[in-house]
Design a protein around this ligand. Structure first.
Ligand code: FAD
Ligand code: DHB
Length: 394
């Protein structure tokens, strides 16, 4: 089989890229190792930046999001028993975020692709990419019990952190930057209305907590826990008590409790692979970079990468020029490093590090107080939270 762009992975990056290319009249084939149900039900991110929302709308994938998504104009920070609200549009010149789960974005994009787009093959596991620096790269994959080959003009490696595409960048040319954190998140989904209308990020002596939501009747909640934490140590009552203790602030209400329908422990890491392009292979999303989740950047970075890539491929086929493709890695990495810094900053400012003492704790409180009392510091946080520009040429 031959296609113009071979896309490895049907996460948000691969699916949105396939859709953007379809809209631009460029053929693609998407190869995904898992089955459809698995891909559509994987619990992950929930906050879409304005740029991601605009991209989904422009790709014709925004209809259900606009009906069911919740536009949020603020977030709350809690620390030292105080609550402080950041007015996102007021601090950023009118920008907001949307609560719409990654599971729903993926379902919408899968449905569109199967209805209108090129082939999307589930249970098609890519084993390798060859000829990245030739004019005709080759993707090897197994599907239906047979080894198969897809030849392409270009390959998009959208296969997540554990994917195979990044191996197309020769080891001698690949630089990786990594940081692990001494804590994880225990994430739960509960059939309970959120306590308030907006997300709450809480720093406390007991550790970090985040109260988010998926809908007016479903809460998404996170607790900082030690690495290696076993779910068996966290029965429902302990989870709710700990959330209430960490989220408490003057005038705050306890959470509404309800049945917990999903739970998992998520390790946290920062990671960047550079460059994000080798020959005709382009890495996008988690295949090239990971952020710790505090600040909700992972999915949005994946969307930003493929916006840049789709634009560059469209220019290549419209004009023959590879200038934008040649700039892809540098263009993306500017935004990636900004998000790496912001995610690291949010994580280290809000979590309790077991290796730190009172000095570092007072620094954290000073920084949080600065955000609460200085419109400059608050605006810096708000601009990063709603997302910096994608860096497309105008
Ligand atoms: P992925 O979503 O990982 O998609 C990659 C796809 O490639 C997968 O479907 C995979 O099955 C497929 N694949 C892999 N290898 C192969 C192969 N060899 N052949 C074919 N297909 C392959 N971000 C936030 O902003 N907020 C959050 O709360 C949040 N929570 C998260 C929780 C978890 C457990 C994880 C892992 C991530 C979380 N993230 C969160 C990050 C966010 O979900 C990711 O950044 C986002 O999914 C990136 O999309 P992607 O398409 O690049 O990668
Ligand atoms: C969610 C996850 C985040 O990492 C975050 O900063 C905000 C919300 C969520 O899953 O809803």
């Amino acid at each position: 089989m031959h296609t113009t762009v071979g896309i490895i992975g049907a996460g948000p990056a691969g699916l949105l890229l396939a859709r953007l290319l379809h809209v631009a009249g460029i053929d693609s084939v998407v190869l995904e190792s898992r089955d459809r149900a698995y891909v559509e039900q994987r619990q992950r991110a929930g906050i879409l930046e304005q740029t991601t929302v605009d991209a989904l709308r422009a790709a014709g994938a925004g209809e259900r999001m606009d009906r069911e998504g919740l536009v949020h104009h603020g977030i709350e920070l809690r620390f030292d028993g105080r609550a402080y609200r950041l007015d996102l549009p007021g601090l950023t010149g009118g920008r907001s975020v949307m609560v719409y789960a990654q599971t729903e974005v993926v379902k919408d994009l899968v449905a569109l692709q199967l209805r209108e787009g090129g082939p999307l093959l589930f249970e098609a596991e890519v084993t390798g990419v060859e000829g990245a620096d030739t004019g005709r790269p080759v993707i090897r994959y197994s599907h239906g019990g047979r080894e198969q080959v897809l030849t392409c003009d270009y390959v998009a490696g959208c296969d997540g952190f554990h994917g195979v595409a990044k191996r197309a960048v020769p080891e001698a040319a690949r630089r990786t930057h990594e940081r692990a954190y001494p804590y994880s998140w225990l994430g739960v989904l509960a059939d309970a209305p959120p306590a308030g209308d907006e997300l709450v990020y809480a720093h406390s002596d007991r550790g970090f907590a985040l109260a988010s939501m998926r809908s007016p009747v479903v809460s998404r909640l996170y607790l900082q826990v030690p690495n290696g934490t076993a779910l068996a140590d966290w029965p429902d009552g302990r989870i709710w008590d700990e959330l209430d203790a960490r989220l408490a602030a003057d005038g705050s209400r306890p959470l509404h409790r309800g049945p917990i329908t999903a739970r998992s422990v998520l390790p946290m890491r920062s990671h960047v692979t550079e460059p994000m392009r080798w020959g005709r292979v382009f890495l996008a999303g988690d295949a090239a970079h990971i952020v710790p989740p505090t600040g909700a950047k992972g999915l949005n970075l994946a969307a930003a990468d493929v916006l840049v890539l789709a634009h560059a491929l469209a220019a290549r086929y419209a004009t023959g020029s590879t200038e934008l493709l040649d700039a892809y890695s540098d263009t993306c990495l500017k935004r990636v490093w900004r998000a790496e810094h912001f995610s690291w900053f949010m994580t280290t400012t809000l979590h309790t590090d077991p290796g730190h003492g009172p000095f570092e704790h007072r620094l954290q409180l000073s920084q949080l107080d600065r955000i609460a009392t200085s419109s400059h510091a608050a605006a810096e946080l708000a601009h990063n939270y709603v997302g910096v520009p994608v860096g497309l040429p105008v």
